[in-house]
Design a protein. Structure first.
Length: 101
């Protein structure tokens, strides 16, 4: 059974309200510094390894951009929604805000 979901399913999932969805789910986090961004990326790496589901992550001074998609189903999956929720929680723990995409 595939865990593929629609963009609407992703957007309706708990904890995904601030993610922008097109062909993938994307969110930009305003970290305010490279150090905080690196700490967020490290936390994302831990969560991704634990889930065996790895997003694309772009670390820049002041921002971290995360892009989620599931190549094995050719789009979004329940795994993406679950990881999005965990990443958002980790960002909140670090005091990081989402930037409008």
């Amino acid at each position: 059974m595939s865990d593929r979901i629609t963009a609407q399913d992703f957007e309706a999932a708990p904890g995904t309200a601030d993610w922008h969805v097109a062909d993938a789910a994307e969110r930009v986090f305003e970290t305010g510094s490279f150090d905080v961004g690196a700490r967020l990326v490290a936390r994302i790496a831990e969560l991704a390894d634990a889930a065996n589901h790895h997003p694309d992550v772009d670390l820049r001074y002041g921002t971290v951009t995360v892009r989620l998609t599931s190549h094995d189903v050719g789009g979004l999956s329940r795994r993406d929604a679950a990881l999005a929720r965990e990443i958002a929680a980790a960002a909140r723990e670090l005091g990081v805000d989402a930037k409008a995409v």
